[in-house]
Write a protein that binds this ligand. Structure first.
Ligand code: DIR
Ligand code: MN
Ligand code: MN
Length: 302
């Protein structure tokens, strides 16, 4: 497996500054060494450039029917992410996209889908990321990323963000425990498979993850995994912008990534997002992100 690391120091889609330093923190935690230690070649493709929020007005391009802060800038960055991801996939590499806030996944999913007829997606997150500009309580695009991919949230223009190669039936959300009221209605109406923390309590991570991966790989050509580090409990991953109590444990997260590795012949690309070193405890969350990437790419004890 040839991994291409792509940093996206994006913080326009979330409220807490610092997530733009996620790519540096994850690299500093030893990402390349850990991947090379398991026999994976690792090329660093550098960072995609992201405008500074101080230089921009979040509502410079306001539109009727809701709010999506910095949507023009987000669109520009995600277009670059899409192009970089699809180039890597085309040349036989597996892009590992380091966020940055979760809005960047609009670009990475589009890039992974560019080279596949159909793409399944597993989205590990405490949140649904299923708001739209009309339902969002925050105006933050990281809370709308999944709905954008599925064509529900267009930002001031003709369905931008929609990735038709991704069908709702092939999307699974895993670990949900914090959803906004209108977002809940949208999720209920959708065909996305939603696995909450209660499902994980009842059935365990291995069964839930296996079913989620089954949904994403059944009848699809490729698989994209998007891992928001706030999926884990804040005791394991304190360095995230929107921590929510009651997440999965360290071992459960590894077990899920080992299940991803079982499907790595299909795995097109992986996102590691929302690591915020300013809020972290001695870079613990970035270190965890590296370890989880290694598990997803096939690290085993024996
Ligand atoms: C909230 C927070 N639902 C919003 N979303 C987050 O702003 O839409 N997603 N933190 O990761
Ligand atoms: Mn998220
Ligand atoms: Mn989240």
């Amino acid at each position: 497996m040839d991994v291409r690391v792509l940093g996206v120091p994006m913080d326009l889609g979330a409220d807490r500054r610092g997530v733009d330093m996620g790519p540096s923190a994850i690299r500093y935690a030893g990402l390349a060494d850990q991947l090379e230690a398991i026999g994976t070649s690792c090329t660093d493709g550098g960072d995609i450039s992201v405008p500074r929020p101080e230089e921009r007005d979040p509502d410079a391009a306001g539109f009727d029917g809701g709010r999506a802060k910095f949507h023009r800038e987000t669109r520009e960055v995600c277009t670059d992410v899409r192009d970089a991801v699809s180039r890597a996939v085309d040349s036989g590499e597996t892009p590992l996209v380091l966020g940055g806030d979760h809005s960047i996944a609009i670009g990475s999913v589009a890039g992974a889908a560019a080279s596949e007829e159909s793409l399944g997606v597993v989205w590990f997150d405490a949140h649904g990321d299923f708001n739209t500009p009309a339902t969002t309580p925050s105006g933050n695009i990281h809370g709308m990323a999944l709905s954008a991919v599925l064509g529900h949230a267009a930002f001031g223009g003709e369905g931008w963000g929609h990735v038709p190669a991704v069908r709702e039936e092939n999307v699974a959300l895993v670990g949900l425990r914090d959803v906004d009221d209108k977002e809940r209605e949208l999720l209920r109406e959708s065909d996305v498979a939603v696995y909450t923390m209660s499902d994980i309590d009842a059935r365990g991570v291995p069964a839930v993850t296996e079913e989620a991966l089954g949904r994403a790989t059944e009848g699809t050509d490729g698989l994209h995994v998007s891992l928001d580090l706030d999926w884990l409990d804040p005791t394991e991953a304190p360095g995230v912008g929107t921590p929510v109590r009651g997440g999965v444990s360290y071992r459960e997260a590894h077990s899920a990534m080992e299940a991803v590795a079982d499907h790595r012949d299909r795995l097109c690309s992986l996102d590691l997002v929302e690591v915020n070193p300013i809020l972290d405890d001695h870079n613990q969350t970035a270190e965890l992100a590296c370890e989880l990437a290694a598990s997803a790419f096939g690290k085993r004890v024996l």
